[in-house]
Design a protein around this ligand. Structure first.
Ligand SMILES: NC(=O)C1=CN([C@@H]2O[C@H](COP(=O)(O)OP(=O)(O)OC[C@H]3O[C@@H](n4cnc5c(N)ncnc54)[C@H](O)[C@@H]3O)[C@@H](O)[C@H]2O)[C@H](O)CC1
Ligand SMILES: [K+]
Length: 480
């Protein structure tokens, strides 16, 4: 089962792996042709009713595969209204091959198709691109198709039906057989129709490995306000000052609007000194202790997410404070560094993303393996056991919760330098202010590694953690 949104992401990831959408369209069209062959005998008359998007494009391909039939390919609208390059190319290929096509520019022309006399109708008007009720001429075409006794094969989804919900805002095609691609869609389960799920050659890697498709959709509304894109608190510092500052600055670069740092007073000035962009809230003492927890909880309650751990150290009192914080905190948190050891023990209502490297994972009670595929299984088991999301850092970052496992392959050995993990925590925390935990962890790992790869081109093995922060904005510009 896959949602339309996830399918669109997988599509972009497949293209990044070298399997462009036009190639997928070829497989989709071929799969539809195979189903048509199962529904109608060679020589019989097939009418393909096609829209102007890629759903129609699939059927232009189908027409090429069905040379043993009497084919009529009908386009709803004018050829220059075909909306995508790949659909247009497949339409042009029909013309070039001298295959019969018709254009329906007025609903009155529908009668000319003589749908009743067809042996099979292919409904390729609209697929996952539908919004709202069918407009004309699609609505009239759907009524005309439904009025016949002719078997109807729908491409991907019956036109007019929402693939995610199965609902239709108005009239929708009543299909006898639906050929959907790659994976079934929730909206198809409730329909009274035969369903074929066709493999169109999208490799498992396009779903497993985080890719550019996962980073889509970062455009902001023009009327956005300060704070709409995340307010975050970094709880860190004491024995170290660089770690919380790196996490906080990375969070800003990754898009958060406001980033606060809660740290011991002894290091507050130093942390503020790294960047005037940070809002620093000092508490008494030189390290985190249970006395500071109430004030931190008040502050955390006003945030969209927190990051807890960078530079806190592992003093007994500090770990006791982290434990007491997590016992009362019920928001979203990224847990990193020494704070990680507390997570498996603590009883918390918080939703957590834990970001251990393999050594820290083992300290938490998890298991690891040199083989990344085996490691992915072990990480998924441990995530399920602790009931939280894990992001285990390595050459292949493993992201898992009890439902799904993802792997991010970006990054390079230059990133073994100190501080890159703090940057990662900051990026993940920033995303977590307005995304689900697994997505935040997966996209965060991908973007952090991508920034590392760009920094590597510049500085090679001389790269330092602050370089990553400078390169972070770039991946966000890859808007589809
Ligand atoms: N990996 C994949 O999933 C692949 C899917 N393929 C096929 O592509 C379609 C989705 O194509 P897309 O171009 O995004 O959208 P549609 O063709 O469904 O429709 C877009 C088209 O429709 C117009 N429109 C929207 N709403 C309405 C409405 N209510 N009434 C009338 N017209 C409407 C809109 O303006 C656009 O012009 C997917 O379903 C698969 O069939 C690829 O071929 C292979 C990879
Ligand atoms: K369709």
């Amino acid at each position: 089962m896959i949602s339309s949104d996830r399918m669109a992401a997988v599509d972009v990831n497949a293209a990044a792996l070298g399997i462009p959408r036009k190639q997928l369209m070829e497989s989709s069209g071929n799969a539809v042709a195979r189903v048509v062959r199962s529904e109608a005998d060679p020589g019989s008359r097939i009418v393909l009713v096609c829209g102007r998007g890629n759903n129609g494009g699939d059927a232009f391909v189908t027409a090429r595969f069905l040379s043993e039939y009497d084919i009529e390919t009908a386009l709803l609208g004018r050829p220059d209204a075909i909306g995508t390059q790949i659909a247009r190319e497949n339409w042009d290929a029909l013309q070039a091959a001298d295959l019969s096509t018709t254009t329906i520019t007025d609903t009155s022309y529908l009668d000319g198709l003589d749908l009743e006399a067809a042996d099979c109708i292919v409904d390729a008007m609209l697929g996952t691109g539908v919004t709202g009720a069918l407009r004309e001429p699609e609505a009239s075409a759907a009524r005309a198709i439904n009025a016949t006794d002719t078997p109807v094969v729908s491409v991907d989804v019956p036109s007019g039906v929402d693939a995610d919900t199965g609902a239709a805002d108005g009239v929708a095609v009543e299909a006898d057989h639906v050929v959907t691609f790659h994976d079934t869609k929730r909206g198809l389960e409730s329909l009274d129709t035969q369903l074929t799920v066709a493999d169109i050659g999208i490799p498992e890697a396009a779903e497993l490995f985080v890719g550019p498709g996962d980073v889509r959709g970062r455009k902001r509304a023009a009327e956005s306000h300060k704070g709409d894109h995340g307010e975050l608190l970094v709880i860190g510092g004491g024995p170290y000052t660089g770690a919380p500052a790196l996490a906080a600055q990375a969070a800003l670069r990754a898009g958060a609007d406001l980033v606060h740092v809660s740290c011991p007073e002894t290091v507050a000035e130093e942390i503020q000194g790294y960047s005037e962009n940070l809002i620093v809230h000092p508490f008494d003492g030189q390290r985190l202790t249970p006395e500071a927890v109430d004030a931190i909880l008040d502050l955390a309650g006003e945030m969209d997410a927190v990051i807890c751990g960078p530079g806190l150290g592992s003093h007994e009192e500090t770990l006791a404070a982290v434990e007491s914080f997590l016992e009362s905190f019920s928001g979203r948190g990224v847990i990193d560094a020494d704070a990680l050891s507390v997570v498996p023990e603590v009883d918390t209502d918080a939703s957590l993303i834990c970001t251990p490297h393999q050594g820290e994972l083992v300290k938490m009670g998890g298991e690891t393996d040199d083989d990344w595929e085996r490691r992915a299984e072990l990480v998924t088991e441990f995530a399920t056991e602790i009931g939280q999301t894990l992001l285990v850092k390595g050459a292949y970052d493993i992201i898992a919760d009890s439902e799904e496992t993802r792997v991010s392959r970006t990054g390079n050995p230059g990133m073994t330098v100190g501080g890159t993990g703090d940057v990662l925590a900051g990026v993940v925390g920033s995303l977590f202010t307005n995304r689900e935990p697994r997505t935040s962890a997966a996209v965060g790992a991908y973007l952090n590694g991508r920034a590392g790869d760009l920094a590597f081109e510049d500085a090679a093995y001389g790269l330092v953690a602050t370089d990553l922060i400078d390169w972070l904005p770039e991946p966000f510009t890859t808007d589809e």
